[in-house]
Design a protein around this ligand. Structure first.
Ligand code: ADP
Ligand code: ZN
Ligand code: ZN
Length: 733
């Protein structure tokens, strides 16, 4: 009987490839899920063995042998292999790329799966007694020593690289003195409960009891809907504790900017167990080791961002998704999966419970709960003594504004600052001014590669495109008419920071956005400054809005909430409501009461009403009804085919063909819309277009794509574009 190896190879082709057994065959047949090295065209690539089969369509003379089998033990066990194959079918993404995406970078490139200690540095017993001051002028050593003193678990190589330039030589000095030691054997931070749990309130207790009571019944999905500061994390911690004590693993997914050092500290102080962390701040080796420990079962808790949903769990016990509504759970390029949706699917396949936590659950999740697919657990009150902040609208129509801030808001800011509190202002636009315009001739600074304005960044004297990253010097005069009268129109965080420093010279102004936190470790420093400070003004974007716990903030001002009200994106209003409540959630999280003021030109808009009363359920209900009437998700299912090319015609031509192919096979209840040029047609020098497909059921959508995808892929117009499929797209623009 002939034997062929069916391999998933990282190429954009939607298919697998068959090979012959390696020439120097081992006696043992390799298992599905191992990595193999294969010749592919003129390249050598690393793929994954999907299965061993006995028939192939490939003509015998074209078959080549595998070069080498890289693993004895599979990198993907049966469960993950199944999940990834399912992903490839559901998202219609090439199997090889799906598999590649789920592997740590080092394994993609052939690294060994041998578990090593990760470099981690700690003070020795002697070092703990040393006062860093005695090092006098050796400032680098002092800095290193002080940081080590502040970290019980020790510091990873990557953390040191972030914060201490050239730390290795400095560390060597300290090592020679016998003050530090590297501890390679403890590859994962070990949590040792040093703090005890607070006394739970009855809602928290109920949620925990309910989950623990049913934990051995297999798959069950919970929506933990708790207002900001209601103690959701506390619920997670106690569930995880129970899971660890049964010898099982807990997988915790957090949004991209949710994995703050504060959160990790909380886990380390409250749990007993080994914690694997997976996020983009780690270097490739650390990521690999965390992954291997998870696979080997030597990690009890795995905390990670989106891609951690593919963690190889040896003893799965529970999956938790914090801030489940967060957009960062959806990958927005390449393999466009939703980690939230996959986590639910995975919990189902693993037959374990899953908890979706949020103060503002997505409409999809609420809909699932209303259909009794998920069980809702409510935490309607803030934990401890904290009260919900009051939320008010500031009708800024025809009001006097100073630098985008109304007189009323400025007055309130003064009040709160004088009471020794912090004020947080939110504006979802970084840079100084979004438009630079000539007062004489009307010229605008446009990006040469995109259909959009360039944003002025004053401190760098630069124009930047926030879509393609293009940068230019700010012109001294108008490139068209040479007038020097250039107007800076609109406001970004940099401009507000500048203005507030002048308006409130006595107070420190701290800006948090992508520009001020670009350098590694800078976010941490700014957060520390905020948590140690008293009267301060914080100005920031999304980054400041989510998850953080700032005990001293009592006033939150949203400078502009209006773009969610009349957007062409049908999800914009949902996001606006979530954002308002999340931002509001930063106010008054401890004893001091909080206040939230929202500047708007549409104070009468009905969507605001429930938000002012913290009534997210009512807000969501109105939107869900609207979605039902307009036949939008979650009541219908969408897919988007995107295409782009340097030539303006090509994307439209390709999508017209795709439409014809889909139409040929589609039933009446599948709606094809477009192709249309994208809202911002040209980005980074490429023209973009899209075709939207809407169906009543996922099944219709799936079978339509399944039947036509190969024809679409092989159509000659496809060769001239870059194209992708987005199933359940979150972003339609
Ligand atoms: P969430 O995750 O819902 O925003 P957290 O779990 O971060 O809320 O809790 C908010 C704050 O309340 C934290 O400082 C936490 O330590 C505290 N907290 C949580 N539960 C209790 C409780 N039962 N009693 C007192 N304080 C609590
Ligand atoms: Zn001009
Ligand atoms: Zn651009």
């Amino acid at each position: 009987m002939n034997t062929y190896f069916r391999i998933a190879i990282p190429t954009p082709l939607r298919r697998y490839f068959d090979y012959l057994a390696p020439v120097h065959s081992q006696s043992k047949q390799p298992q599905a899920g191992v990595r193999v090295k294969v010749p592919f065209g003129r390249q050598t690539l690393i793929g994954i063995l999907l299965e061993i089969v006995h028939e192939t369509d490939v003509p015998a003379k074209k078959l080549k042998p595998i070069i080498e089998v890289l693993d004895e033990r599979p990198v993907f066990d049966t469960e993950l292999l199944q999940l990834l194959r399912w992903c490839s079918l559901y998202y219609h993404h090439p199997i090889g790329e799906v598999m590649q995406n789920a592997l740590p970078v080092k394994l993609r490139h052939g690294a060994s799966t041998h578990i090593k200690g990760i470099g981690r540095w700690q003070l020795s017993a002697e070092g703990k007694l040393v006062n860093p001051e005695i090092l006098k002028k050796a400032t680098k050593q002092i800095a290193l020593l002080s940081d080590l003193k502040n970290s019980d678990a020790g510091l990873l190589d990557s953390q040191l690289t972030e914060n201490h330039v050239g730390w290795r030589t400095v560390m060597k000095r300290l090592q020679e003195k016998g003050w530090v030691q590297s501890i390679e054997e403890n590859a994962l931070p070990i949590a040792k409960a040093s703090l005890s749990a607070p006394t739970l309130n009855s809602d928290q207790q109920h949620a925990i009891d309910r989950i623990i009571e049913q934990q051995n019944k297999g798959f069950h999905a919970y929506v933990l809907e708790g207002v900001t500061g209601s103690g959701k994390t506390e619920v997670y911690l106690q569930i995880i504790e129970s899971i660890i004590s049964q010898g099982k693993q807990a997988l915790v997914l957090v949004p991209e900017i949710g994995l703050t050092p504060q959160l990790l500290d909380r886990f380390l102080q409250r749990l007993n167990g080994r914690i694997a962390i997976m996020h983009s701040g780690l270097n490739d080796e650390e990521r690999l080791q965390a992954w291997l420990h998870t696979q080997a079962g030597s990690a009890d808790v795995i905390i990670g961002t989106r891609s951690a949903v593919f963690s190889p769990l040896l003893r799965p016990g529970v999956i938790i998704i914090d801030e489940e509504h967060d957009l960062s759970f959806k990958q927005q390029d390449g393999f466009r999966y939703s980690a939230r949706d996959l986590a639910v699917k995975r919990a189902h396949d693993l037959n374990i419970p899953i908890i979706l936590g949020s103060a503002t659950p997505s409409l999809e999740t609420l809909h699932n709960a209303s259909q009794n697919r998920y069980e809702t657990l409510l935490l309607p009150k803030r934990a401890g003594n904290a009260k919900p902040p009051s939320i008010h609208l500031l009708d800024v129509r025809s009001q006097k504004m100073e630098h985008g801030v109304s007189a009323q808001l400025l007055h309130k800011m003064k009040e709160h600052l004088e009471r020794d509190s912090q004020v947080l202002l939110f504006l979802n636009r970084r840079g100084f001014a979004p438009v630079l315009m000539c007062h004489e001739c009307g010229w605008h600074a446009m990006c040469p590669r995109c259909d959009t304005h360039m944003t002025l960044h004053q401190s760098k004297s630069q124009l930047q495109c926030h879509h393609c990253g293009a940068e230019q010097y700010k012109p001294a005069d108008c490139p068209k008419c040479k007038s020097e009268d250039l107007l800076q129109m609109g406001f970004g965080t940099e401009r507000i920071e500048h203005a507030l420093s002048e308006l409130f010279p006595r107070y420190q102004v701290i800006r948090i956005d992508r520009d001020s936190t670009r350098r590694k470790g800078s976010m941490e420093k700014l957060l520390n400054k905020i948590n140690n400070g008293k009267q301060q003004i914080l100005i920031g974007t999304q980054m400041l809005a989510k998850g953080h716990h700032f005990p001293n903030v009592t006033l939150v001002g949203m400078l502009n909430a209006d773009h969610g009200l009349y957007s062409s994106d049908f999800r914009a209003s949902e996001r606006m409501g979530q954002l308002i409540l999340q931002v509001a959630g930063r106010a008054g999280r401890e004893e001091k009461e909080g206040e939230v003021l929202i500047q708007t030109h549409h104070a009468d808009h009905p969507l605001f009403k429930p938000l002012l009363k913290h009534d997210y359920p009512a807000f969501a209900k109105a939107l869900i009804e609207e979605r039902q009437q307009t036949e939008l998700p979650p009541f219908t299912h969408l897919a988007l085919i995107r295409a782009e090319a340097v030539d303006q015609q090509c994307p439209m031509l390709f999508l017209e063909q795709a439409r014809l192919l889909l139409e040929k096979n589609s039933q009446n209840d599948v709606l094809l819309m477009g192709p249309f040029p994208a809202l911002m047609e040209r980005r980074a020098g490429r023209y973009r277009a899209q075709l939207l497909i809407q169906a009543n059921t996922r099944k219709q959508l799936q079978s339509l794509f399944a039947s036509q995808i190969t024809q679409i892929e092989n159509h000659k117009t496809a060769k001239k574009v870059r194209w992708s499929i987005d199933i359940d797209p979150l972003d339609l623009l």
